[in-house]
Design a protein around this ligand. Structure first.
Ligand code: UDP
Ligand code: MG
Length: 308
């Protein structure tokens, strides 16, 4: 029988692991004719009782396993560890807070049988989410799809069901800076999306705040687009052309009207304008160099302290 590996990253999730497992086991029963489930929890350096609960659960059920990181490495690292460790013919990644409804697995599996390689899920709305967060998310997707060749679907969750072949392809991408939303889409294959209504977490709090999301979206831009670099080039070209016109203007005015001592304010504003552009360009280039620096160090993406 085919095996389905369920990869579940957990960061401070003591309250949600048990409800998650209970719900998913209902689906496991319903699908037991087709698939054997194998749970793989990744404890991403939680500071609460998450690890303790995972140890207990793994002792209780044969098909529950876990990896525990030496510290918090972030959800992307946890996803990678899970995909590397998963042995299933099919692999799914799910949040533990039940925002990814386990019962969707039934219809996702049906679609896999129809011949798709990847079944993604997307939220059809953003109910229950702060307005400002929705606004930023919408802007991010609009912009990233404009300036990057890799399509990212608005509202797409990380929750997806993949065949072994797709997982292997994702694992071949050796980058250390992992922006999963982009990597998942970059590998291609036949993808189908299932929409569903947004849900709130069963318990606990989201570990994202405004700044972590902003940093995450900047990562998305830098990792999947060279457009910011072009932005610097274009800004440079435009200000160069403008300055040629300005010089012509000044020279002609001098020839026609002589040299009245004035124009201090305009000189300073031009200097400030150009200085600002240069700093912006340097900043953008710096972002890319920082990424190169990170990649060349070839540090491991995560460190596993305990396995069970
Ligand atoms: N998570 C993780 N490491 C982190 C932050 C989050 O493994 O550093 C996990 C978390 O336990 C959850 C999933 O990633 O299973 C999604 O996190 P969360 O629910 O906080 O994000 P949201 O649903 O609000 O986007
Ligand atoms: Mg969540």
């Amino acid at each position: 029988m085919k095996k389905l590996s369920i990869v579940v990253p957990c960061y401070n999730e003591e309250a949600t692991i048990q409800p998650f497992l209970a719900e998913t086991q209902k689906v496991e029963k319903a699908m037991s004719q087709d698939l054997v489930f194998d749970y793989l929890f990744i404890n991403d350096g939680s500071k609460d009782r998450t690890l303790e609960i995972l140890r207990k659960t793994a002792a209780q059920f044969d098909n529950v396993h876990y990896l525990s990181f030496s510290r918090n490495f972030g959800k992307e690292a946890a996803l990678l560890a899970g995909l590397e460790e998963a042995e299933g013919d099919l692999v799914t990644v799910m949040d533990v807070d039940l925002q990814d409804p386990p019962e969707l697995l039934l219809s996702m599996y049906k679609k896999i049988q129809e011949g798709y390689d990847v079944i993604g899920t997307r939220r059809s709305d953003r109910k229950g989410e702060p307005v400002i967060r929705s606004l930023f998310a919408k802007t991010f997707y609009w912009l990233v799809n404009k300036i990057s060749d890799t399509e990212m679907v608005d509202g797409a969750r990380d929750f997806r069901l993949m065949t072994r072949q797709v997982v292997d392809s994702i694992l071949e991408l050796g980058e250390i800076n992992r922006f999963s939303k982009g990597l998942f889409s970059w590998v291609g294959y036949d993808v189908s999306y299932i929409p569903y209504e947004n849900r709130e977490r069963v318990a606990g709090d989201t570990s994202w705040n405004f700044w972590s999301l902003l940093k995450y979206s900047i990562d998305g831009f830098i990792n999947f687009s060279y457009a910011p670099l072009n932005l610097a080039t274009w800004a440079g070209i435009i200000s160069f052309l403008l300055s040629i016109f300005a010089i012509l203007f000044v020279v002609i005015r001098y020839l026609l009207f002589g040299d009245p001592v004035s124009g201090w304010a305009s000189t300073i504003s031009v200097i400030l304008f150009l200085g600002g552009l240069q700093l912006l360009a340097l900043g953008i280039i710096g972002k890319y160099i920082a990424k190169i620096f990170l990649e060349t160090k070839k540090r491991p993406v995560y460190i596993v302290k305990e396995k069970g």
